[in-house]
Write a protein that binds this ligand. Structure first.
Ligand SMILES: [Zn+2]
Length: 113
């Protein structure tokens, strides 16, 4: 019974106790999750480090060959409504004139519209 619980993020009390998935601070009454941490899963970032989110618009920063075809996604191609997915190609999107495909976040740059 020597589980080390994190101190209360509100008042830094070390008398925090656990009830199911919740940690409760007896000193200030703060309740917080035992499993949550600073990181909320892997953050997908573009080539210059901007965080990307579903629905963002990006431009392609280099010519990309489309696997299994002779098509090329040209540098500067604007892609609207991206969707973040798990995997090697972490952006799922529809490219005008080409169709549905996966892109790597390192080859795009976020556009603020
Ligand atoms: Zn507290």
């Amino acid at each position: 019974m020597s589980d080390t619980l994190p101190p209360c993020p509100e008042c830094a009390s070390t008398y925090v106790y656990q009830v199911d998935a919740l940690l409760i601070c007896p000193e200030c009454g703060h309740e917080f999750s035992a499993t949550a941490s600073e990181e909320e899963g892997p953050q997908v970032r573009d080539s210059v480090g901007n965080p990307l989110a579903d629905g963002d618009t990006v431009t392609v920063i280099k010519d990309l060959k489309v696997k299994g075809s002779s098509l090329v996604v040209k540098v500067g191609t604007k892609v609207r409504g991206i969707r973040l997915v798990d995997g090697d190609h972490d952006i799922d999107c529809k490219i005008p004139g080409i169709g549905q495909m996966g892109l790597k976040s390192e080859f795009v740059k976020k556009v603020s519209e």
